[in-house]
Design a protein around this ligand. Structure first.
Ligand code: ADP
Ligand code: ASP
Ligand code: MG
Length: 402
């Protein structure tokens, strides 16, 4: 059997954890399986590297950021290889360049395009345990890229798809996917299984237990994922196309703090204005999420929308430079908001879901700034400071329906 295992940062945070993971890798290897392991940077290494870079230059170029951030993953694979060798087993670490993992050119947010399997396969034939850096790739200029925060999950799924692995296991610091972040909601419930579609929504809406691109890839290539703990033997959650259980009304609550709200006030109320605003942002690769248009005074309208908070500075600059083109009187910004969402495939056929969500927020005295809905999710924009209480209140509201 060929098994791909991915371990996140906290799972390899220190010497003891490194050896703990080494033992888990060896359980499979000793049974005669081929094992490819994808690792993240240890503990808070990535955050520390970001802080270090910003100390030198508050606005570092994305290329150099990728160069420094990928050193974290490179440390992890080398250390794990040393641990396995120290235990008497053959292992080899490989970075994205050695594999090779080809991506698009966009630094800091590249997408995997193609993986050469040759080197990994030849190392497996030599009976090596193969340790591959998560999160990193190389682009057509032979530069190092990264796949975005949390991207090691995507590396693992892409390798599992490329090698046609029999299993792809994502090990983390919680024992599966829960109905809400178990660190925020004390009585969140572990799900035994969840569909790709629901998991994709949860991941995209802020449940960072899986990188959203990893779920997209898993669905595309039919890679069944298991999310489980590196610290316990608990069974974990299976992510797959179809679930045996009856469709749940709501499968989870997710929160995202990487959100900012922008309002273009006093736009002329005539055709083409929304187009000029949003095409401008699209041209600069800014992802717009919730959009709300309301009537203003004297034949004007206001358009509010959300962007990722880490794109707010770029958004501000673009809009200020183009105020007359979008014919707005002024632009307002709010970066102290968050987005809280519920996801569930059963929602489409159950009209009462939105009301339950809004009632829960009302009971907790939390004001809603914006709302957006789709077939399988409802999101609200609220004050950031209310995030955890909103997640708890909504989870409580759906308690009997998970
Ligand atoms: P890793 O370093 O292993 O990749 P992450 O920190 O990226 O781990 O993701 C795991 C974390 O995701 C958990 O510690 C948990 O706090 C958070 N999380 C958010 N939403 C959920 C959820 N619905 N189920 C499980 N964990 C969640
Ligand atoms: N180390 C990277 C990060 O913190 C990638 C990952 O953990 O998946 O985002
Ligand atoms: Mg992660």
């Amino acid at each position: 059997m060929l098994i791909v295992k991915k371990f996140g940062g906290s799972s390899v945070a220190n010497k003891e954890r490194v050896y703990n993971v080494a033992e888990r890798i060896l359980e499979d290897y000793k049974e005669g399986h081929d094992v490819v392991v994808v690792l993240s940077a240890q503990g808070d290494t990535t955050d520390e590297l970001i802080a270090k870079a910003k100390e030198i230059n508050p606005n570092p170029s994305r290329r150099e950021m990728d160069m420094i951030l990928t050193t974290g993953e490179q440390q992890s694979v080398a250390l794990m290889s040393m641990a396995l060798q120290n235990l008497g087993y053959p292992a080899i670490s490989l970075n994205a360049y050695q594999v090779k993992m080809h991506t698009t050119s966009v630094y800091s947010n590249a997408r995997l395009k193609r993986i050469d399997a040759e080197r990994i396969n030849s190392e497996l034939e030599r009976k090596n345990i193969v340790l591959v850096t998560g999160f990193q790739g190389i682009n057509k200029y032979d530069d190092i890229t990264t796949l975005g925060r949390g991207g090691s999950d995507t590396t693992a799924v892409a390798i599992a798809a490329e090698l046609n692995a029999d299993k792809c296991e994502i090990y983390t610091d919680v024992d599966g996917v829960y109905t809400a972040d178990p660190r925020v909601v004390k009585d969140a419930v572990k799900l035994n299984e969840i569909t790709y579609d629901e998991m994709l929504e949860l991941a995209s809406l802020g449940a960072k237990v899986l990188h959203n691109r990893s779920v997209e890839l898993a669905k595309k290539y039919g890679v069944e994922l298991v999310v489980r703990s590196s610290l316990t033997k608990a069974e974990g959650t299976i992510v797959r196309e179809e679930c045996k259980m009856e469709k749940m009304l709501v499968s989870g609550v997710a929160a995202d703090k990487n959100v900012a709200r922008v309002a273009a006030i006093g736009i002329k109320d005539e055709p083409g204005k929304a187009f000029s605003l949003f095409s401008l942002l699209a041209k600069h690769n800014i992802n717009v999420d919730i959009i709300l248009q309301s009537i203003g005074r004297n034949n004007t309208k206001d358009i509010s929308f959300t962007v990722p908070r880490d794109a707010l500075e770029d958004t501000k600059k673009i809009l200020q430079d183009n105020l007359s083109r979008i014919s707005a009187e002024r632009i307002e910004y709010d970066d102290s908001v968050s987005k809280v969402s519920i996801v569930g495939a059963g929602m489409a056929s159950n009209p009462g879901v939105a009301a339950v969500m809004f009632e829960s927020l009302y009971d907790a005295d939390i004001n809603i700034k914006m709302i957006s809905t789709s077939e399988i999710k409802i999101s609200v924009l609220i004050n950031e400071k209310d995030t955890d209480s909103a997640v708890n209140a909504i989870h409580e509201g759906f308690k009997d329906r998970f």
